[in-house]
Design a protein around this ligand. Structure first.
Ligand code: PA5
Length: 445
């Protein structure tokens, strides 16, 4: 089971201060459990792990098999919560280099619909030209411009390249039950489709088909992923005492640090496979807490990589930050530093040591240096990179986020601020229905 260690925050905020958050955390957990807080129509994620049935999982696995049998590449078209969860899990569990090799055991998963870069989309269509590819069109609203535009290109290319009948087989939609263009298209074209429950917001949807289908196509065990999430759902539930509930302690600690002036939380990993877990976490916490002119700013770094870029800032910049480090206890492979007779690089003192031992010392050395430099350090240890641990981690962060948002006093489940850029973009593009906004925005230019 993943574990949380807040020891290295206690010289910055006292244990009493953290424990002082217990009543607020309890209140937040009750709001989640009884649906009595703001945004209570978006709590479907809370007991999602324990309520997914084996039939649901088998159906997803069957669809995954159809795409695995018929595709070399599967494009996940989605943005924000409609792709980050899948990407986080797939990249955390995948071999970093298999996708570059000729012999593959699963379709390569690529991503679209999360940008409007003409070069990116052009290069994607070029890459797909000689590939047997399928598409998962993921959009809860079914109307997101970035995703719809990419899907328009992908649908046409898939039909042109693979024929209408095969396209119908290898295009899957994951969207609203009734609303939105993605639903209309799926129904008219006869695509296999899945429903994103009304009460599950995008950034909390990784354990619905939104995440589970791409993860299963990539060849990972979604039963184990869910089992991990179920274990964490139990560990972080309303009946667990405050001091034994890791999500409660995480929420209390980060809010205590925030109130003490630590306005930025940096999620840290020492394993590049976790890069997209960082990205998923940034969205989860940023969209959930950053409102009403408050909220911890969620930043993220990959170490050692970023020790050689952001390391300076973290060590000696403005003291408004704290770090949350995801540490992987046991790596999946063994590689030792070789001995070298000439020892020109001076590394023989490491000969025979596991590379991970060196990495762990980098991690410990960094923790001590950053704490000495005034950066509180929360540590999350995951036993190893596998489906069970990642399932635990996802749910831990989800419920930690729900609790934190309520402790902060905001609605963690809406995202009104995301609309502002869309309104301007539509006005600038003269979208029908935006005539008045178009005139107003043109006058400002
Ligand atoms: O968390 C959220 O709600 C957002 O990030 C959405 O997931 C994102 O905007 C995509 O929306 P949609 O799934 O409606 O295309």
């Amino acid at each position: 089971m993943i574990s949380l260690n807040i020891e290295k925050t206690l010289q910055f905020v006292s244990k009493e201060t953290i424990n002082g958050f217990e009543p607020k955390v309890k209140d937040a957990l009750e709001k989640l459990e009884y649906g009595s807080g703001k945004g209570n129509d978006f709590l479907g994620w809370l007991h999602l792990p324990s309520s997914i049935t084996q039939e649901d999982l088998n159906d997803i696995k069957n669809t995954a098999q159809v795409l695995r049998d018929n595709c070399e590449v599967v494009v996940v078209a989605g943005i924000g919560g409609s792709y980050l969860g899948a990407r986080a899990v797939i990249e955390a569990l995948s071999n970093s280099f298999t996708w570059l090799q000729d012999k593959k055991t699963a379709p390569v998963i690529i991503y679209a619909g999360h940008n409007i870069s003409e070069d990116y989309l052009f290069e994607m269509t070029e890459f797909l030209k000689d590939k047997k590819f399928g598409v998962i069109n993921i959009s809860k609203s079914g109307t997101t411009t970035e995703t719809a535009l990419a899907f328009r290109l992908l649908k046409k290319q898939c039909e042109d390249q693979r024929g209408k009948e095969m396209a119908q087989k290898v295009i899957v939609a994951i969207t609203d039950a009734t609303k939105g263009a993605a639903r209309i298209t799926a129904d008219q074209e006869g695509y296999k489709s899945y429903i994103i429950p009304d009460n599950v917001g995008g950034r909390f949807s990784v354990l619905t088909p939104v995440g589970l289908l791409p993860i299963a196509i990539a060849g990972f065990d979604i039963d184990k992923l869910i089992a991990g999430a179920v274990a964490m759902e139990k560990a972080c539930g309303i009946n667990t005492p405050f001091e034994e509930n890791p999500a409660a302690i995480y929420a209390a600690t980060r809010n205590a640090l925030y109130e003490s002036g630590k306005k930025i939380e940096i999620l840290v990993n020492f394993c590049p496979k976790l890069h997209y877990v960082n990205e998923w976490w940034k969205q989860l916490y940023g969209e959930s807490e950053g409102k009403e002119h408050k909220g911890i700013f969620p930043a993220a770094v990959d170490f050692s990589t970023d020790l050689h870029s952001m390391g300076q800032w973290i060590q000696e910049g403005e003291r408004t930050i704290f770090e949350t480090v995801i540490s992987v206890d046991k790596v999946n492979h063994e590689l030792k530093v070789p001995s070298d007779e000439a020892n020109l690089d001076g590394l023989n003192y490491l000969a025979g040591k596991r590379v991970d031992e060196v990495n762990k010392m980098a991690e410990l050395g960094t923790q001590l240096a950053h704490v000495d430099g005034g950066v509180p350090n929360i540590r999350i240890v995951i036993p190893s990179l596998n489906e069970q641990s990642i399932g635990e981690l996802l749910y831990f962060f989800e419920i930690g986020c729900g609790i934190s948002g309520y402790v902060l006093g905001v609605n963690p489940f809406d995202q009104p601020g995301v609309e502002a850029y869309k309104k301007n973009m539509f006005a600038l593009l003269n979208k029908p229905g935006y005539e008045e906004d178009s005139k107003a925005i043109q006058a400002r230019l």
